[in-house]
Design a protein around this ligand. Structure first.
Ligand code: 6PG
Length: 247
């Protein structure tokens, strides 16, 4: 994993962070060198990306050739796509419905299906679309959030079997709500070229500080297991989430 000093971006507010991440995203996909390159990107769930989604659509929606981009998800709740809990619905309402992207390039996790069967199907869809490296699909970019318990995607605490899974996609369960989930595994995530955490809020500052300072106690958090093998890791955080960085 490469984590150089230019991989940490701190913005004063969640809005400014969304603006910074949207500009960074644009710079990543606006690649002069290869005008025909296709990009394979997995989106985070939760609420943190909403500002970023809206900003990306509003300010860059007309400047990016979306026909070169395939969107997947890092995880999904096992609900229907029109459920307010759906990560797909969050992205659709705030982003995908506002840009000109071919429907065939939006690869949602079908939360309405049987979780085990859908995990298998989604892994196959990823394998059939995303180019492989070392026999594992290699996303160009995976966007992740982090919960206040240090989980990322739907890799919750005390589900260590998921962290060492040889699969690309697994099922899991939110330990508090018992909501079934489908999630990419660290094996797949860590094969990406770039992984970006977008984290805001003081409530997450302690864990952000432990992970970024690579403190021993951070090993308990699934977010600390995200270490791209041949890729770059970026943290986009606001001032609240950065509060414990220099403790
Ligand atoms: C999900 C996400 C999850 C999320 C974190 C942070 O489906 O909920 O994938 O990993 O990114 O829980 O959630 P918030 O952005 O809502 O704080």
């Amino acid at each position: 994993m490469r984590f150089s000093e230019n991989s940490l971006f701190v913005a004063p507010t969640p809005v400014k962070l969304a603006e910074e991440l949207a500009g960074w995203f644009y710079s990543q996909v606006f690649n002069h060198s290869n005008a025909s390159k296709q990009y394979y990107i997995a989106l985070s769930g939760g609420t943190t990306p909403v500002l970023f989604f809206n900003y990306l659509a509003s300010y860059y929606g007309n400047y990016i050739d979306w026909s070169r981009i395939h969107f997947f998800w890092a995880d999904e709740r096992c609900v229907s796509p029109d459920d307010n809990e759906s990560n797909y619905k969050t992205a659709y309402v705030n982003f995908l419905s506002k840009i000109n992207i071919p429907a065939s390039q939006v690869h949602r996790i079908r939360g309405e299906e049987d979780p085990e069967q859908e995990a298998e199907r989604y892994a196959q869809e990823i394998r059939s679309v995303v180019p492989e490296e070392d026999n594992i699909p290699r996303f160009d970019l995976i966007l992740l959030g982090m919960g206040s318990d240090g989980h990322t995607a739907s890799l919750f605490p005390h589900q260590s079997e998921l962290l060492s899974s040889e699969k690309l996609v697994e099922t899991s369960e939110n330990p508090v709500t018992h909501q079934r989930r489908i999630t990419l595994t660290p094996r797949l995530i860590n094969n990406a070229a770039k992984v970006v955490f977008q984290v805001t809020g003081f409530a997450k500052a302690g864990i952000v500080g432990e992970i970024l300072q690579q403190k021993p106690e951070s090993a308990q958090y699934s977010a600390s297991k995200i270490k791209p093998l041949r890729g770059d890791l970026y943290w986009f955080i606001d001032a609240g989430a950065a509060k414990e960085l220099f403790r």
